[in-house]
Write a protein that binds this ligand. Structure first.
Ligand SMILES: Cc1cc2nc3c(=O)[nH]c(=O)nc-3n(C[C@H](O)[C@H](O)[C@H](O)COP(=O)(O)OP(=O)(O)OC[C@H]3O[C@@H](n4cnc5c(N)ncnc54)[C@H](O)[C@@H]3O)c2cc1C
Ligand SMILES: NC(=O)c1ccc[n+]([C@@H]2O[C@H](COP(=O)([O-])OP(=O)(O)OC[C@H]3O[C@@H](n4cnc5c(N)ncnc54)[C@H](OP(=O)(O)O)[C@@H]3O)[C@@H](O)[C@H]2O)c1
Length: 442
């Protein structure tokens, strides 16, 4: 069946949305991308570390090519959802035949600990958005001290360490892990940026401290240490004297503050390891200790946006447990557990389907497969509804939005390249929406 006159709204222009749109076009459908940010790219633009110029430019070039398709219309600076310019039911009323939700994981995952509201407590996502200049985070102040605790030992923790050690050059960064040295999740390549700052004596002492617990679950402490330090031979020369430390088997319990409401320590509960389904999990021992610090950053992953308007369970949008259009046995269909029925025509892909999971390549594959599921759904429809383009414009205009098109984006790219040339920088980004709008004369 030819999908030529079917219109799909893709919400979000991160890798999942953009590659999803590309796949929908391949299947013959027409796509309108509605993106919260002025710029496309999502975390590829505003998450990937700023100095990965080659990777970011390569992705930008691919995204530009996708957006050049005459079957795709880009509407940037448009938020969809309960608090947005349009809701999902309104998109169907306008005549869209299906909606592919690729809004990523915009919710902030806190642990609900005492002290989370103290000054100096942050979530990594906000800091990542800050140093990558996503409005409004780009221009927001972040009070980072000298002795920083980062909770979590994944690649986002490594990006935090990168920023703190190479850019801010703080005194110490301590990565706190609830499990042990064998459960680190960061990659060797990311370790290379800050490996030279690891306090090797302190790491040895820390591994010796947790060795009895590792041995009790048949883990090899030497192998774990080698894995942590695998990137050391190719580590970049250090640019600061920052001490990079690890603190294992420690679950955050409370963030302690002073009279001024500023962080002074992270209190942790000591853990042991217990086998669990072929892996290990942390179990609290009921004993506590304090790690002195002036800043605490949570790098424990993100959840989806609870305000978006789709049903949520365990930090994720609910998927149809018995999918009608599975791709590689995965369900891409949004589901309403209250009615026990799928949300007709609504599909999820990328980090909106599984929060904080995988690299750009994973989001690309998921967006593509989500779009294939949409294609299968469209084939079951008797005929296209017919999108009312004029009414869509009218509705957006009613919100007084400066809606960004593909042509506007070209002006922005040129303006930022020009600024970079004038300032002698490898790259320049405007940190506020107003500056971007001015540069595009919108
Ligand atoms: C700090 C960090 C560093 C990373 N570094 C790398 C790396 O070096 N290499 C790598 O391969 N991967 C990296 N990743 C992973 C990669 O960025 C993700 O896999 C990928 O971006 C997820 O794509 P997505 O499209 O699902 O979501 P996102 O990239 O988050 O895109 C979501 C899009 O939805 C839009 N949106 C959100 N809410 C709404 C709404 N209500 N209405 C309309 N639009 C909305 C946003 O504006 C955004 O454009 C990193 C991730 C993080 C967090
Ligand atoms: N440069 C890059 O390539 C790059 C950069 C950033 C992100 N990414 C990708 O983006 C994805 C997300 O990265 P991420 O670092 O956010 O996630 P992640 O790899 O899942 O790491 C999250 C860390 O937080 C810990 N954690 C989770 N919940 C916790 C809790 N309640 N209490 C204490 N600790 C908790 C986890 O410990 P447990 O293991 O015990 O759960 C883990 O150490 C990953 O796929 C990553 O590879 C890639």
């Amino acid at each position: 069946m030819d999908l030529e006159n079917f219109h799909v709204a893709v919400i979000g222009a991160g890798p999942a949305g953009l590659y999803g749109a590309q796949q929908l076009v391949k299947q013959g459908a027409r796509v309108v991308i509605l993106n919260r940010d002025i710029k496309p790219g999502g975390l590829a633009e505003y998450g990937i570390y700023p100095d990965k110029y080659k990777m970011k430019d390569g992705l930008r070039a691919q995204f530009e090519k996708i957006l050049a398709s005459p079957q795709i219309e880009y509407l940037g600076n448009v938020t969809i959802g309960k608090n947005g310019a349009l809701t999902i039911p309104e998109l169907f009323e306008l005549g869209f035949d299906a909606v592919l939700v690729t809004v990523g994981a915009q919710g902030t995952k806190w642990l609900g600990l005492p002290g989370e509201a103290l000054r100096g407590v942050y979530h990594a996502k906000d800091i990542v958005y800050h140093y990558n200049k996503l409005p409004p985070f780009g221009a927001a102040p972040f009070e980072i001290g000298q002795n920083v605790v980062v909770i979590g030992v994944g690649n986002v923790m490594m990006d935090m360490a990168h920023w703190l050690i190479r850019d801010l050059q703080v005194e110490s960064v301590t990565a706190v892990a609830r499990r042990g040295p064998a459960e680190i999740k960061f990659d060797k390549k990311e370790f290379e940026t800050v490996g030279a700052n690891v306090d090797l004596l302190a790491l040895d002492a820390e591994i010796a401290r947790v060795t009895p617990i590792m041995l009790a679950v048949s883990q090899d402490p030497v192998a774990a240490k080698n894995e942590i330090l695998a990137g050391l031979p190719r580590a970049l020369p250090p640019v600061s004297t920052t001490r990079f430390l690890f603190d294992f088997l420690a679950s955050p319990h409370e963030i302690c503050g002073d009279a001024q409401g500023r962080v002074v320590a992270l209190q942790v509960e000591n853990n042991t390891l217990v086998p669990s389904n072929g892996d290990v999990k942390a179990r609290g021992l009921g004993t506590f200790r304090k790690i002195p610090c002036d800043t605490v950053i949570f790098a424990i992953g993100d959840s989806v946006d609870a305000q978006f308007g789709l049903p949520i369970a365990q930090g994720e949008f609910v998927k149809n447990p018995a999918p009608r259009f599975p791709i590689e046995e995965i369900s891409y269909e949004a589901f309403d557990p209250q009615s026990g029925a799928p949300l007709e025509g609504v599909f999820l892909a990328g980090w909106a389907r599984r929060a904080s999971t995988g690299l750009v390549g994973v989001a690309r594959k998921d967006g593509t497969n989500g779009a294939r599921a949409v294609g299968e759904y469209l084939k079951t429809l008797p005929h296209p509804r017919g999108l009312n383009q004029a009414l869509l414009r009218e509705k957006l205009n009613a919100h007084n939005l400066a809606v960004i098109s593909q042509d506007d984006l070209k002006k922005l790219v040129e303006a930022e390249k020009n600024e970079a040339r004038l300032r002698g920088l490898p790259e320049f980004k405007f940190a506020t929406n107003q500056e971007m709008l001015d540069a595009m004369c919108v």
